[in-house]
Design a protein around this ligand. Sequence first.
Ligand code: FPP
Length: 251
Amino acid sequence: MSLFSSKSPEIDITDIQLPVHIGIIMDGNGRWAKKRGLPRTAGHKVGAETFRKISRYCSDIGIKYLTVYAFSTENWRRPLEEVNTIMVYFRDYLNEALRDFADDTIRVKFLGDISQFPKDIQELMIENEKMSAVHEGMVLNIAMNYGGRAELVTAMRKIAKMAANGEIKADDIDNAVTEKLISDNLYTAGQPDPDLIIRPSGEYRTSNFLLWQSAYAEYYIDDVLWPDYTKNDLNRALIEYSKRNRRFGGV
Ligand code: FPP
């Protein structure tokens, strides 16, 4: 039996070089709904299902780190009704994850300033992180109230405080403040940078996603809107990634 929809042929990813860390900008929910004459929130509901399916698939095929962009620092500007409905989907997912991931290997981590979320959602995030911290499977980073610039500002503040309290001496700043120190003060501290960043829905933008970490990431833009995104679409991106010649600035 095929794992994939009958519309498109199954794409075989056996023996290809997989990325260690994949980032996904889950975009196109609103357009998906609009095309069907539905409210934008209907797109987020299906988008949340797609997220469940694709994150499970990434874990199953042995991806070590998956980072999804669920809610940006700018997404609060959306109409209140849309934001509130997204919160309902987050809450549902977080409750479900707490139950289902307890016996799983996935380790969940939230990237972003979670203090802006309703209290119960913050508590669910913290519980999910605690519950899954001992797991040794895929790290699932869910970027919530995340922005790459805000993340860098937070890191710079931490480093400035280290200097102010003497952890970094004034005459040692050039030695102490390195790329590693900045990486170590990001939400993704200790994790490898993303190898592949996938953006469905045809937009050629980074939208403030993993700005520092994506310096040498391979981008893959897909026309498919996120609610329609399938395992086969991911396989297509993985095949393309495996053919890229990554030089990291060298030759
Ligand atoms: C981008 O599509 C999507 C969002 C800003 C929200 C993402 C939320 C989910 C996928 C649902 C829940 C997630 C979890 C973790 C359970 P868009 O609204 O910007 O689409 P558009 O560009 O077509 O308007």
